[in-house]
Design a protein around this ligand. Structure first.
Ligand code: IPM
Ligand code: MN
Length: 378
C-alpha cells in the first residue's frame, strides 16, 4: 500500500468486460464516498480486440503496472477472430499470462445461492436447491496441469500428425493449493450446509491418472498432518458432476486440479443462478487478480443487458483480500458492507437482468447496488 492507498489496476478487456467493470467502479465509488476510499483505480487497455487493432495483447507498461499494483480487477478477454499466430487466445496474456507470471496459484470460486436469485433447475424435489443448501467454495489449482505451456504439434508436409498436451502436477503446486483449501475451511464459519461439518472434498480422477493419485496422496498427507480437525472427503470427478447437483448441501470447500476445476466451476455456477453470479479470485502469495468468470459474451456486448453481480462479487473478494492481507479492518468492513448490499438487492429482486427473467439493464443493476451501499453505514 502506498501513501495514496491501495493501487488497483483495472483491465476492462473485451466484449461485456467494460460494461460490468463500469458498474464495479460505480459501486466502489459509492463505497468510497465521504473519504472512505483507501484505493486508487487505474484502467489499462488490453485484450483480443486490442490485439486486432494494435498487434499487441497489452502494452508492456500496463503489464508492469499490473505487477506493481496491490490488486487487479479484470473484466473479460476474448473477441471473435482474435487469435495469436500460434492459435492461442489473443488477450490470454491478461488471464493465463498473469496467472503464470504473478504465480496466482489458487483460483477461488465461491458458489453461493443468494435469496431472491432463481436458477433453471426444477425445484420440485425436496427443495434441495434452496439458498440454504448452496454455499461452497471451489478451489482450483491455477498454474499447472493441462494448462502448463508444455505442448506441441507435429506437422509433416503441412498435415498435423500429432498433438500433445502434458499434464503437469508438481509437489509444490499440489501442496500449496491443498493447504489453501484446508486453511479456507478452517476460516469458514459454518461448514457444509447439510451438517455444519468443516469439510474439504478432493475432486480428481485418481482411479485412472497418476497425477491425480499424487494430488490425492498430497491431500491426505497435508490434511492428516496439518488439519486433523477438518473432514476429508473424496470424489472422482465424473461422479462429482452428479453429486454436486444432487446434494450441493454436502459441500463446504472443494479442491481440484486446474482443468477439472475449470469444468466443475462452470457446472457449479448453475447452482448459484448462472455464470452471471460467478466471481473468482486468482490468489498468489504476493498478488491477486479478481474477475467475473463469465467471459466476454461478444453477442451481448454494448447492449447494457448482462448481469453485473459476478463483478460485484469479484469486487467484494478484492476488498476482503486486501483487508485481510494488510490487517486492515476498514477494508474488511467495506467488503462486508458490499456483501450486505448485494444480498439485500438480490433479495428485493429489484435488479433482475435478462438472465434472471427480468429487464433491468446492467447500469441500473449497478445503480441499485450503489444505492444499497449508501444506505449501509460504513
Ligand atoms: C476461466 C476461463 C479461462 C480458463 C479461459 C478464458 C482461458 O475459462 O477462467 O475459467 O480456461 O481458465
Ligand atoms: Mn472457465
Amino acid at each position: 500500500m502506498r501513501s495514496a492507498g491501495y493501487e488497483v489496476a483495472l483491465f476492462p478487456g473485451d466484449g461485456t468486460g467494460p460494461e460490468v467493470l463500469r458498474e464495479g467502479r460505480k459501486v466502489l465509488d459509492a463505497l468510497g464516498e465521504g473519504d472512505r476510499a483507501p484505493w486508487h483505480l487505474t484502467e489499462y487497455a488490453g485484450g483480443g480486440r486490442y490485439y486486432l487493432e494494435t498487434g499487441r495483447e497489452v502494452e508492456p507498461e500496463a503489464l508492469a503496472a499490473a505487477h506493481a499494483a496491490d490488486a487487479i480487477l479484470l473484466g473479460a478477454v476474448g473477441w471473435p477472430g482474435a487469435t495469436l499466430p500460434n492459435g492461442d487466445l489473443a488477450g490470454g496474456a491478461l488471464v493465463l499470462g498473469l496467472r503464470q507470471s504473478l504465480d496466482l496459484y489458487a483460483n477461488v470460486r465461491p458458489c453461493r445461492l443468494y435469496e431472491g436469485v432463481t436458477h433453471r433447475i426444477s425445484n420440485a424435489y425436496q427443495n434441495v436447491w434452496a439458498p440454504k443448501n448452496v454455499d461452497m467454495v471451489i478451489i482450483r489449482e491455477n498454474t499447472e496441469d493441462l494448462y502448463a505451456p508444455l505442448r506441441g504439434r507435429l506437422k509433416r508436409a503441412d498435415e498435423t500428425e500429432l498433438t500433445v498436451d502434458t499434464r503437469v502436477i508438481t509437489r509444490k503446486g499440489a501442496e500449496r493449493v491443498i493447504r489453501y483449501a484446508f486453511e479456507l475451511a478452517e476460516r469458514r464459519p459454518k461448514g457444509a450446509p447439510a451438517d455444519g461439518v468443516k469439510r474439504v472434498t478432493c475432486v480428481d480422477k485418481s482411479n485412472v491418472m497418476e497425477g491425480c493419485r499424487f494430488f490425492r496422496e498430497t491431500f491426505d498427507r497435508i490434511g492428516q498432518a496439518e488439519f486433523p480437525g477438518i473432514e476429508r472427503d473424496y470424489a472422482y470427478v465424473d461422479a462429482f458432476t452428479q453429486w454436486i447437483i444432487r446434494q450441493p448441501e454436502q459441500y463446504d470447500v472443494v479442491v481440484a486440479t486446474n482443468m477439472m476445476g475449470d469444468i466443475i466451476t462452470d457446472l457449479a455456477s448453475v447452482l448459484q443462478g448462472g455464470m452471471g453470479f460467478a466471481a473468482g479470485g486468482n490468489i498468489g502469495s504476493n498478488h491477486a487478480m479478481f474477475e467475473p468468470v463469465h467471459g466476454s459474451a461478444p453477442k451481448h456486448a454494448g447492449q447494457n443487458v448482462v448481469n453485473p453481480f459476478a463483478t460485484f462479487g469479484a469486487v467484494e473478494m478484492l476488498l476482503r483480500w486486501l483487508g485481510e492481507r494488510h490487517g486492515d479492518a476498514k477494508m474488511v468492513g467495506q467488503a462486508d458492507r458490499l456483501e450486505r448490499a448485494i444480498a439485500s438487492v438480490l433479495k428485493a429482486g429489484t435488479a433482475r437482468t435478462y438472465d434472471q427473467g427480468g429487464k433491468v439493464p446492467t447500469s441500473e443493476a449497478g445503480d441499485r447496488v450503489a444505492e444499497a451501499v449508501r444506505g449501509i453505514a460504513a
